[in-house]
Design a protein around this ligand. Structure first.
Ligand code: FE2
Ligand code: FE2
Length: 202
């Protein structure tokens, strides 16, 4: 009968601290790999706003012709579009007027200077149209039946707003935003990003 050797040493008990730390490390790894988006820069933040401007402006145009929709749908769309234009859009305009314009104006060539001036004028024209649209959105949000009477005016304002935004967003994306990445140093771009995020956390 073979002799049994000495019993194998028992594995050391798992250190609860190791378990805890290891678990939190794994959680960190999971959160880093599964939910962390690609690092956002100033241009990503600005173009994300443009996606939402296009979305809500398209919703405003559809709303103007939505007399056949349910009262709930009309109310929710009007309230959502009104909230976007009064809460989020002014933040984007401040990003461009107060964070982007002074930094780019300081280093702009003739073409960029012209684009920044056009951007400023177009913001004014957009705000003028919104001044007419917002009371109608509020009216319809409070009383969806009012869409029958207000639809024609909403249609003409939203059509003008959509055309203005189309040219405005395209000019910013093709002429102004590229200059942020090509002409501003990284520390200035990071400062812009911090400033824009801070504006949203106030
Ligand atoms: Fe703009
Ligand atoms: Fe913009």
């Amino acid at each position: 009968m073979p002799k049994l050797g000495p019993p194998a040493p028992r594995p050391p008990p798992l250190d609860p601290v190791f378990l805890r730390d290891n678990r939190s490390y794994m959680l960190n790894q999971i959160s880093l790999t599964s939910s962390q988006p690609k690092t956002e820069d100033a241009v990503d933040l600005l173009t994300g706003c443009h996606d939402r401007i296009r979305h809500f402006t398209s919703a405003a145009m559809k709303l103007a012709h939505a007399q056949g929709a349910t009262a709930d749908d009309i109310q929710q769309t009007a309230a959502g579009v009104h909230r976007y234009y009064t809460v989020s859009l002014p933040l984007h305009e401040a990003d461009e007027e107060d964070t982007l314009r002074p930094r780019l104006a300081a280093i702009a060539d003739e073409k960029l200077t012209h684009a920044l001036l056009a951007m400023h004028d177009q913001h004014q024209a957009i705000d003028d149209l919104l001044e007419r649209l917002l009371p109608l959105l509020l009216l319809v949000s409070n009383n969806p039946n009012a869409l029958h009477a207000a639809g024609a005016e909403m249609c003409s304002i939203t059509k003008a707003l959509s055309e203005l935004f189309q040219a405005h967003l395209q000019m910013e994306e093709e002429v102004i935003f590229p200059a942020i990445r090509t002409s501003l140093p990284q520390e200035v771009r990071e400062e812009m990003l911090r400033e824009m995020r801070g504006r949203r956390n106030k």
